[in-house]
Ligand binder design. Sequence first.
Ligand code: GRF
Length: 209
Amino acid sequence: MENVKLAVLISGRGSNLAAIAQAIDAGTLRAQIAVVISNRAEAPGLDFARGRGIPTVTLAPRDFPSRDAFDAALAAAINAHAAPLVCLAGFMRRLGPAFCAAFPRAILNVHPSLLPAFPGLDAQRQALEHGVKVSGATVHFVIPELDAGPIVMQAAVPVFDADTVATLSERILVEEHRIYPEAIRRVIEGGWRIDGPRVVFDRPFAPVR
Ligand code: GRF
């Protein structure tokens, strides 16, 4: 089977992008990053991509007259690289219904909480402010509603009294880096269906570490 092409969308650091690239290097994820697209020209993740010879595209929202126009340019960039799976990796911008409809069941996102708890910005701060004892990471299919959509994988981490946003974020990020490549692998491999709100896998899940 040919490696599935991924379009990875970023806005910043790109550590999840790096985790996906490392899983590909390690042979645990049979995929190819066809393009990295950022909505911010200064995103450090773009340097990571360039350093690996991965094509990059920057689309600045201010260059487009509307959200729909930006989304259309984004879809065109993804299609130009023939990437059937779109992976949001710290992409800090909402995608409209037309974009979501253009890639049905083919957009994934990683979020630093156990959704549906704490959607939106500052999920780790929200978790601390609510005093939860457990938080974590979620990989889910993207739908137009923010940080919603059928869940592919989750991983939990403890929240300690002494935690700061930084320490909790670091603990969650370890799990993001572990489950995101794994979730992509499971989606690529197939043998799943979406049943109402749920992603149902036909086969039992054998994690790769
Ligand atoms: C991650 O915590 C991700 O869950 C959130 O933004 C952060 C991006 O980090 N949406 P990075 O750019 O992948 O390092």
